[in-house]
Design a protein around this ligand. Structure first.
Ligand SMILES: C[S@@+](CC[C@H](N)C(=O)[O-])C[C@H]1O[C@@H](n2cnc3c(N)ncnc32)[C@H](O)[C@@H]1O
Length: 258
């Protein structure tokens, strides 16, 4: 098994950040799937007056989807990988979008929030303790706040597991090897294989105290492989712990505040 975690995973994403946008643009439906999931948050009034969190924002594709779904919202986007954040920061953003170098595990104790909604795209499969992160998300959400997770989570049907293995063997790992990121794309293959199926992740959300959990497939070849999970949480007060977050604008390199 070749799973990467924590520091090793962040380092792998740092390296892969150079080719990440190019590779995901080869995946049919990648961006439209993210947008559809962000819209499934069903935020009122274009998000006016709302504060949203993009957890594991990477190079900003999920942040862009969130911004399109809620163009008037304030958005805080966090990621564990400085390299991925630098790519995000190099893109044009309105002033109400900000990026922070924080892990998902650190956001609550960094004094961020509360948030009206949280979007997490391709994150939960990567974290060491998904239950702990879900617990933290609940403390970050205002009462009744919404969570949408967009994730590789297999349906449980053998044909979807077989299709995922074939796509990884034939395309994902060979292409990732060409860009020098074989370890990360092997991690992608295996992390999906061992992660919760869609029904199991829905159960995990309910066990973590989220309510009204709904699961929806994405369109295209990833149907049965990627799902959107929508839930409500936030029955406990948001954290007011002291701030220790690192603004991405203080990262080394050529990033700049938007
Ligand atoms: C596959 S990328 C997806 C990025 C983005 N959400 C998107 O849809 O394009 C996963 C991202 O999660 C980040 N990540 C992984 N584990 C994390 C953690 N524990 N805390 C914060 N970010 C994490 C990685 O650094 C990476 O940028």
């Amino acid at each position: 098994m070749s799973l990467l975690r924590d520091h090793d995973l962040a380092r792998a994403f740092d390296h892969a950040s150079h080719s990440y946008d190019r590779l995901t643009s080869l995946n049919p439906g990648h961006r439209t799937g993210l947008l559809r999931s962000a819209r499934r948050l069903r935020l009122p009034d274009d998000g006016a007056g709302l504060h949203l969190l993009d957890l594991g924002c990477g190079t900003g594709a999920s942040t862009r989807a969130l911004l399109r779904a809620a163009p008037r919202a304030r958005i805080t986007a966090v990621d564990a990988s400085a390299g991925m954040l630098r790519r995000a920061l190099a893109k044009p953003w309105p002033a109400r979008v900000r990026f922070l170098h924080l892990t998902a595990e650190e956001v609550a104790t960094a004094g961020e929030g509360p948030f009206d909604a949280v979007f997490a795209a391709y994150l939960f499969r990567n974290v060491t303790d998904p239950d702990a992160v879900l617990g933290s998300v609940r403390t970050l959400l205002r009462p009744g706040g919404r969570l949408t997770v967009h994730e590789y989570s297999l349906s449980g049907a053998r044909r979807h597991r077989a299709l995922w293995a074939a796509v990884c063997r034939g395309v994902v790992v060979p292409v990732g090897t060409l860009t020098g990121d074989r370890a990360l794309y092997r991690h992608l293959r295996h992390s999906v294989a061992v992660f919760d199926t869609a029904p199991s992740f829905a159960d995990r959300l309910a066990r973590a105290g989220f309510t009204g959990v709904r699961v929806a497939p994405v369109a295209g070849w990833q149907a049965g492989i990627v799902h959107t999970f929508v839930a409500r949480g936030g029955s406990t007060p948001a954290s007011t712990a002291p701030a220790t977050s690192t603004p991405a604008s203080s990262l080394p390199g050529r990033e700049h505040t938007q």
